[in-house]
Every structure is written in C-alpha cells, then in structure tokens.
Design a protein around this ligand. Sequence first.
Ligand SMILES: [Zn+2]
Length: 72
Amino acid sequence: MADEIDLANDMIDNEVSRALKKLRQQALNVQGAKFCVECDDPIPKARQDLGFKLCKPCAEENERRKSLFAND
Ligand SMILES: [Zn+2]
C-alpha cells in the first residue's frame, strides 16, 4: 500500500515538474529568449543582443580553452 502511494506521488512529482519546465520555456520563448547551445540554460537578453550563443559560464569555459590552445 505504502509503495503504491509513493509511486503515485513520484508520478505526480514528475508530471508537475515537467509541466512547470514546459511553462517556463514557453514564457522564455515568448520573450524571445534563446538557450545555451552547450548546457540549455536560458541566455539573458543582453547577451543575446551581443550575439552570444553560450551562457556566461560556458562562454568563460570556452575562452579559457581557447587561451590554453593559443599559448601552445
Ligand atoms: Zn551554458
């Protein structure tokens, strides 16, 4: 019995979080937001206007890797 209740709760949790994620993405899409090509995090509008396709952490990681290669 307890297992069935746990299972039902898990299913409800999954449904709710999936619905919330969808709503959040729709809201962002309405605002014209784009998502990082590396990690799927939303990119702030200010960064998009500068033409960035990566969120800040990913862009910094990218730069760090590039500068490592440049020093070779
Ligand atoms: Zn990212």
